[in-house]
Write a protein that binds this ligand. Structure first.
Ligand SMILES: Cc1cc2nc3c(=O)[nH]c(=O)nc-3n(C[C@H](O)[C@H](O)[C@H](O)COP(=O)(O)OP(=O)(O)OC[C@H]3O[C@@H](n4cnc5c(N)ncnc54)[C@H](O)[C@@H]3O)c2cc1C
Length: 231
């Protein structure tokens, strides 16, 4: 299985080694940072997507990017947009005789930045809630934005209303707060041993706020360190 990072999703992708700090949310505050040594060293992104665990990190991050999941089986190859690949909790579009063979991610345009923040009780457990934000600025305005929530639904959730509130606007603290409110409204969490549904709803709004602030600073070319939050 391979991860391709390319300027285009079509055609033959070229594997890039070029380091683009902060161009992707996972280049600096990687989901990997929040995981155990075993998962970090042995887990694969394809395995994570194929498992489609609602608490997994990778689908949430990749949902904010232009991402294609390529699958190979005895009857040939197929490609899916990530949102079409993920069908339900632990359920994907994979056929029984298929494997995830490649994951292609389009490089965001210049002036882009992203951040992924998970809230975890400890490193070896899945997050309680997580948020990924990827945005592009043009001048002082937000040209494009994608916000995704993890662990607060059966699938990662795009916060379309929050994205619409920020797209085309000069991002202010008030607008970021409205995106956080939209995230709380879009979340569909279950109460479990990680916290009550209401607790997770509040939490995910705060994560969106922090991730948006960090993504914005990175899109403006600032170096911002963001770490996952541990209870
Ligand atoms: C203690 C513990 C803590 C964890 N914490 C986290 C966490 O915090 N965040 C997080 O995101 N994940 C976490 N995980 C899950 C782990 O990161 C994922 O399972 C891993 O990323 C995927 O690992 P893998 O590639 O070994 O796939 P496996 O675990 O081996 O496989 C997962 C499933 O996908 C299938 N599969 C694997 N590769 C492919 C492929 N290429 N094509 C089709 N099907 C495939 C397998 O058959 C299996 O059904 C945790 C797991 C453990 C055990």
């Amino acid at each position: 299985m391979a991860l391709f990072i390319s300027d285009h999703l079509q055609g033959t992708p070229k594997l890039r080694n070029r380091h683009q700090p902060h161009a992707f949310p996972f280049s600096s505050t990687a989901p990997l940072e929040s995981q155990t040594v075993q998962v970090r060293n042995r887990g694969t992104i394809g395995g994570s997507l194929a498992e489609a665990d609602p608490s997994g990190d990778w689908a949430t991050v990749l949902l904010t990017l232009s991402c294609e999941v390529r699958c190979a089986g005895i009857s040939g190859e197929r490609s899916f947009r990530l949102s079409d690949f993920l069908k339900d909790a632990y359920t994907t579009a994979l056929a029984h005789d298929e494997l995830v063979s490649e994951i292609a991610v389009k490089v965001p345009s210049g002036n882009s930045g992203g951040a992924y923040i998970a809230f975890k009780r400890t490193a070896p457990v899945y997050p309680t809630a997580s948020a990924a934000v990827q945005l592009t600025v043009e001048g002082d305005r937000c040209k494009e934005i994608a916000i995704a929530l993890g662990c607060v639904g059966l699938l990662p959730i795009r916060v379309r209303e929050g994205e619409a509130a920020l797209r085309g606007q000069q991002i202010t603290p008030k607008l970021i707060e409205s995106a956080a409110d939209a995230a709380r409204a879009a979340a569909d969490p279950q109460s479990d041993m990680r916290g009550s549904a209401e607790y997770k709803r509040q939490l995910v709004g705060a994560l969106v706020k922090r991730a948006t602030e960090a993504a914005l600073q990175r899109a403006r070319g600032q170096q911002v360190e963001v770490s996952h939050i541990y209870a």
